[in-house]
Each structure stands twice: as C-alpha cells, then as structure tokens.
Design a protein. Structure first.
Length: 116
C-alpha cells in the first residue's frame, strides 16, 4: 500500500514556476508508476505527466516543454517542475500511484493558482 501526499502548490503569476512534490509513505515506491493529474472546477480529472517504474515519461500536449516529472525512489518522492505557468494551468493537482492488478492510490491534492 502507498499513500501519496502532495505539497508545493500555491499562487503564482503567469510565467512563473512551481515545483510540486508527492511524498509516498508505506510500501516501496519503485514498483509503481507515478502520475500527476489535475482537475479544474467543472472539468474532469486529466493526466498531466506520468513516469513509469523504469523512468519512461509522458506528458499531456498542453504541458510538453514546460513541465518535467521526475522521481527519487530512495526518498519515495515524485516531483513536478512547472515552468512558464499559464492561467489555464490553474487546478487542483493530484498525485497517483498505480501498479498492474491493484486499485490506484490517490493523494488529496494541492491547489495551484496562476493569476496576476
């Protein structure tokens, strides 16, 4: 079992940067694929970035070239570096841990607001 806990959200001006962290307690992180998802009011929850257990990454088209996902298995932490933030990036960001054959684990989310 893995319990993700997100941190690092906040208010930032357009063009600014934030780094989100997802600290996972419980089992070892290494077997899990880890992902960042976001949900704005009235919208569905969408994948932003994902990193597999072997380190392969994929990104939503809207964030390619601006966001970078990384993981540190020894620290049981996954990061999302967000640069060149836009107002449309405003959402609650969730961390998810998933592994074949088990129900994914979700964190509680952290609010990111991009506004001047």
């Amino acid at each position: 079992q893995v319990q993700p806990v997100e941190s690092g959200g906040g208010l930032v001006q357009p063009g600014g940067s934030l780094r989100l962290s997802c600290a996972a307690s419980g089992s070892m992180l290494s077997p899990f694929a880890m992902g960042w998802y976001r949900q704005a009011p009235g919208n569905q929850r969408d994948m932003v970035a994902r990193i597999t257990s072997s380190g392969s990454t994929n990104y939503a088209d809207s964030v390619k070239g601006r966001f970078t996902i990384s993981r540190d298995n020894a620290k049981r932490t996954v990061y999302l570096q967000m640069n060149s933030l836009r107002p449309e990036d405003t959402a609650v960001y969730y961390c998810r841990a998933d592994r074949a054959g088990i129900v994914p684990y979700w964190g509680q989310g952290t609010q990111v607001t991009v506004s001047s």
